[in-house]
Ligand binder design. Sequence first.
Ligand SMILES: [Zn+2]
Ligand SMILES: [Zn+2]
Length: 331
Amino acid sequence: MKALLLHKPAPIETSPLQEEEIPTPRPKEKEVLIKVEYCGVCHTDLHLVEGEIIPPSYPVIPGHQVVGKIEKTGEKVTRWKTGERVGIPWFYSSCGRCKFCRKGKENLCNKAQFTGFHVNGGYAEYAVADQDSVYLLPEKYPGENVAPLLCGGVIGYRALKLTPLLRGETLGIFGFGASGHIVLQIAKYFNLRVFVFTRSEKHQEVARELGADWVGKPDSSPPELLDGAIIFAPAGELVPIALGNIEKGGTLTLAGIYMTPIPSLEYPLLYQERIIRSVANSTREDVRELLDIAGKTPLKTVVEVFPWQEANQVLQKLKTSQLKASAVLKF
Ligand SMILES: [Zn+2]
Ligand SMILES: [Zn+2]
């Protein structure tokens, strides 16, 4: 099969991903072989390629928003049949025994493994995965539109779950990228009122089209206090701004894996039982629940599709903010 391998991290401008012909992997007893149709491109892939995060070994095949059809199943696979359309997300597996796993917090397991990092991902014509690490995809979505649900969508959904809100209450979303788009739609499905804070006029327009109840710049005052908020932008200076707009007892959830330093806070911003929390990765349950919601209500994802051979260039565009939407590679 053809695959894009990373032998050594390097600046993306030097095209570190190499196209190579390697043997198609054979599924072990409990694994499935997936013929990849689409794979989403994520900021984490860029961090991996440029060496900001270091995988246990090289070469590695990146890609953790993998969409494809099952081509072959291992001898002991019970859950899947050939021809089924499935996805592989970022969370791949965990130890299942530690205190985190026992509490349903497998995303925090010290031995957690991630797709396209600990195990090879979807920047290839084929991928193998454990039968418990793949998910049936809702039928009504074209492959390119379902791919972004597998990372941005899942993280966004987890962030929303960790921000306790009742029907009719108001959620603030700061930063309107891949996750923000999807969370807005899920929040509307849950009958929340949604206020979107984003600098970009284009994003403000899209937020209105997708049903936002109010849209404004990050430093503008919303018409009423927020009952909870999520920050998707990696900008620490948004923390005091968001907190200043949050109602007593409300939660502010920080959804990024990276954030610039958070400025010092005046205690009254936090007092009255306001909570700040972060989100790390996701669990299998998050993926299943999100895909279930996606099956019940159409979630729109805005994508730009590229031939897989252009992965290096696409990652360069991602680095320099030249992408209009979530990028997806087609195989
Ligand atoms: Zn990702
Ligand atoms: Zn564990």
